[in-house]
Design a protein around this ligand. Structure first.
Ligand SMILES: [Zn+2]
Ligand SMILES: [Zn+2]
Length: 293
């Protein structure tokens, strides 16, 4: 299903999600723009001892492009009724540096985002809610540029590219390989069967599955008694397109509700706390990259 169609279906089924869906839709549209691919830094090596490829990355971006992107997100969110005024005002009055906001969103550091939001009058968690969409074009570009550099034997529970927790697992194809998928960057890494991806528990007595009464047959929830976490699991013939993982995550929200009702949870905050830097590219470089401010 095309992204736009999926969005329309989700929006019809869940009108209360419209404010979030319109922002994700905008982020998916922006993700297609080549300007982000050009900003993904080259990697010097791929073996990183369990460090996601994003950790330590330095992004040279044209401040104008970032400002424009933030303005687009805030405009779309405001039109859908989200209260973005405190953030928009802080940027306009130059109290909030757009590059700092963008850097914090790309690092997916919820604590830093929260701090940034509160110090600029956003007490409703608007920035934390918008941040994944703000970061999406950059993170998806990193995934496109770096997929080949992911160590094939990646055995961590967090995304090898951006460090986020998996949004869901896929049991894929005729072989039934088990893959974890990241909604932020679209990352895809294989994982072992009958093992909790989060704590590594392999005792089958401590692993189980739940089925939501409202979900289709090919969707289940795998749970771990060791760490009380869960991962939504979808059986697929072909891989979910990287840009569509975020929509599959939303479309299977009923599974999250069932898991929470049974006392399971997704791991808190972030998988691997990455550090990234976003710096202003010189205008000449920006010009060469087609990123004129
Ligand atoms: Zn990721
Ligand atoms: Zn576990």
């Amino acid at each position: 299903m095309a992204a736009a169609e999926s969005m329309t279906t989700l929006g019809t089924e869940h009108p209360e999600w419209r404010p979030l869906l319109v922002v994700i839709e905008e982020a998916l549209r922006e993700t297609e723009h080549p300007r982000w691919t050009q900003c993904a830094p080259a990697l010097e090596r791929s073996e990183r001892d369990g460090r996601p490829l994003l950790d330590g990355a330095v992004f040279n971006v044209a401040p104008g492009a970032v400002r424009r992107w933030l303005r687009d997100v805030l405009t779309v969110a405001a039109a859908a009724g989200t209260e973005v005024e405190p953030l928009a005002e802080a940027i306009k009055a130059r109290r909030l540096d757009p590059l700092l906001l963008f850097e914090t969103a790309v690092s997916q550091d919820v604590d830093r985002l929260d701090e940034l939001a509160r110090s600029h009058g956003d007490d409703r968690g608007v920035l934390v809610a918008l941040a994944p969409s703000i970061a999406m074009p950059m993170l998806q570009a990193c995934r496109r540029a770096w997929t080949e550099r992911v160590p094939p034997a990646w055995a961590q529970p967090y995304c090898p590219i951006c460090g986020g927790w998996p949004a869901l697992a896929e049991i894929r194809g005729l072989d039934g390989e088990r893959h974890l998928r990241c909604a932020s960057c679209g990352g895809d890494w294989q994982t072992a069967w009958l093992r909790c991806p989060f704590c590594g528990e392999g005792d089958h007595e401590k692993l189980g599955s739940l089925v939501s009464p409202d979900s289709p047959a090919r969707q289940t929830i795998e749970v771990c008694e060791g760490c009380r976490s869960y991962v939504k699991t979808i059986t697929t013939l072909t891989p979910i397109r990287p840009e569509h993982v975020v929509m599959q995550d939303l479309a299977t929200l009923v599974l999250d509700v069932t898991a929470l009702e049974h006392g399971y949870r997704r791991p808190a905050a972030k998988g691997y706390g990455v550090t990234v830097r976003v710096v202003a590219a010189s205008s000449r470089l920006g010009h060469l990259l087609g990123l004129r401010p």
